[in-house]
Design a binder for this molecule. Structure first.
Ligand code: P6P
Length: 337
């Protein structure tokens, strides 16, 4: 007998949270759950079926696509376009947004920005990967959706979350009323509520950054790394360095244990590497809804106006006291202290 609430039951029970939706957003979230289960099956067998390795294609980012990247992209786009609730999909894997023709007179209400398989370079070495999604309502309901409908600030999201394909597969999402985590029970093929009302610890002892880029980091980041490494029992330093190279996995660990994830501007990525629409905004909203903070070093990630579909930004997110400490160090440097 399943004693956990399933994702479907939870969505129905919390339908009242969607003030203006008449079930479309619920259906969209359920569709994402179905695609996640399909991708889960493939990811879990990556070593056994010919799904390892490169697809031999290049995505808009100029990154080699793994076969699972392409598979995940196809599955999520199919799930998002089949239900009729979504009018446009912006995917990391496609240069242009995918506009979906209306199934009936009224255009669908929702826009989905998605990274179908984030961290996919880790697939062949069996490290956790993830899917990240962000959902907006169209700003103008009539006519065909426009680019302006997609380029909204993160504060305009109506739902956001991620799926982590790790030691277990979890779906973690928010609709603005807190963060809830669901673990897939393969024996019944259902996501079950395993982490209700998730809250990130206000502080922690983990910092996550690719220190290989140290020489090119902004001074404030170098100073913060040194702060993390100083010996100070009163503040439980030195912290532990934990960096997986898969954003969903790093952020999920910090959400549960406390910590800070930093991806600053680097020589290779002067604007930052991570994409605002389908990596930073959804994870920033999850963090804020879980009591954490997410900034680009100057302002909240969720207040940033996207300049383009694949716009990038530096990002510092996690336990609010740790992000605040980084911002304090950056401000002191700026003030010449
Ligand atoms: P680096 C994966 O490619 C990704 O987009 C994120 O999942 C991850 O946090 C980051 O890039 C890793 O980048 O430059 O440290 O390898």
């Amino acid at each position: 007998m399943n004693t956990f609430l399933t994702l479907g039951q939870f969505i129905v029970e919390n339908q009242k949270d969607f003030p203006y939706a008449k079930g479309e957003l619920s259906r969209l979230l359920a569709d994402i759950g179905i695609a996640a289960k399909i991708v889960h099956k493939k990811v879990n067998k990556a070593g056994l079926v010919a799904i390892f390795g490169d697809a031999g294609s290049i995505n808009i980012q100029g990154e080699g696509q793994k076969k699972l990247d392409v598979f995940a992209d196809e599955q999520f786009i199919q799930a998002l376009t089949s239900g009729g609730e979504c009018c446009v999909v912006a995917s990391e894997e496609h240069e242009e947004a995918i506009y979906i023709p209306a199934k009936n007179a009224s255009q669908a209400k929702y826009i989905v920005c998605i990274d179908p398989l984030d961290g996919s370079s880790n697939i062949d070495v069996n490290v956790s990967v993830g899917t990240i999604f962000s959902i907006y309502r169209r700003q103008v309901q009539e006519g065909v959706a426009r680019l302006a409908d997609i380029l909204q600030t993160g504060d305009q999201q109506v739902a956001a979350g991620y799926i982590i394909y790790g030691s277990s597969t979890m779906l973690v999402y928010t609709t603005g009323n807190g963060v809830n985590g669901f673990t897939l029970d393969p024996s019944i093929g259902e996501f079950c509520l395993s982490h209700p009302k998730m809250q990130i610890p206000t502080t922690g002892t983990i910092y996550s950054i690719n220190e290989g880029n140290y020489s090119k980091f902004p001074e404030a980041v170098k100073k913060y790394i040194k702060y993390c490494q100083e010996v100070d029992e009163a503040t439980n330093r030195p912290y532990a360095a934990r960096y997986i190279g898969s954003m969903v996995a790093d952020v999920h660990r910090n959400l549960i244990q406390g910590g800070i994830f930093l991806y600053p501007s680097t020589l290779s990525y002067p604007q930052g590497k991570l994409r605002l629409l389908y990596e930073c905004n959804p994870l920033a909203w999850i963090m804020e809804q879980a009591g954490g903070r997410a900034t680009d070093g100057k302002q909240r990630i969720l207040s940033l106006k996207p300049s383009s579909l694949h716009a990038r930004t530096p990002i510092f997110l996690g336990s609010k006291d740790m992000v605040a400490q980084f911002e304090k160090i950056a401000q002191q440097l700026e003030d010449g202290e």
